[in-house]
Design a protein around this ligand. Structure first.
Ligand code: TYD
Length: 203
């Protein structure tokens, strides 16, 4: 049995990640792949309870990081690892790069602490490919605040928080050895799809 591929999507809130995720899953299925679509924080019944706490309840930044990784541990054990082992592809809306970007860059938790959690929870497992949808903070910010719904605890942060998140994503991408692909998501949607098609043809 060939192991499935693990693809994660990242980007600022409002970068358009959700639209591209739907398209990516449909495209892979149309190519005959068996695809599990999931998300973080969340992806399991326990993980979704932790997500509700994480998005709503104020907490110490280390508690926040620990709960993100607790949800991730459960997600890996219950969903991601079994799916990959049986040959399914897993497309996950956010994963550990988001912890380095938001808890690390945004909140200022030292990367060394996140690296300990990363190797504890994942061992050597990394996504096969990470698509990072990159837009200027002003674009993402305008989209999120224009949505007309109540904002969660992260979306309520200020522009300088998201500047740090974006920078952390970009530096993690630079150090990722090609795993993370930065996609200029400020372009028209058909151009973004063309780029995505070229990228997924390579895996
Ligand atoms: P998001 O995918 O943006 O949810 P939605 O599209 O429903 O708003 O994810 C929720 C938030 O969780 C997002 O603001 C980023 C944050 N997050 C972290 O801070 N650290 C993490 O490790 C993960 C996975 C997400």
């Amino acid at each position: 049995m060939t192991r499935g591929k693990f693809i994660t999507l990242e980007g600022l809130d409002g970068a358009g990640k959700s639209t591209h995720l739907v398209w990516l899953v449909e495209t892979l299925r149309a190519r005959g792949k068996s695809v599990i679509q999931t998300r973080e924080p969340g992806g399991t019944p326990l993980g979704e309870k932790l997500r509700a706490l994480l998005l709503a309840d104020p907490m110490h930044l280390e508690t926040e990081a620990l709960l993100m990784f607790a949800a991730r541990r459960e997600h890996l054990a219950q969903v991601i690892e079994p799916a990959l082992a049986r040959g399914d592809w897993v497309v996950c809306d956010r994963f550990t790069d988001a912890s380095f970007a938001y808890q690390g860059g945004g909140r200022g938790l030292p990367a060394a602490k996140l690296e300990i959690l990363e190797s504890w929870v994942q061992g050597s497992l990394q996504p096969d490919m990470t698509l990072m949808f990159d837009v200027p903070v002003e674009t993402a910010y305008g989209r999120v605040t224009g949505m007309g719904r109540e904002l969660d605890r992260f979306e309520q942060e200020k522009a300088d928080f998201f500047q740090r998140v974006r920078q952390a994503y970009l530096s993690r991408a630079a150090a990722s050895g090609g795993r993370m692909r930065i996609i200029d998501a400020s372009r028209p949607i058909d151009q973004i799809k063309k780029t995505l098609e070229e990228i997924i043809a390579t895996i």
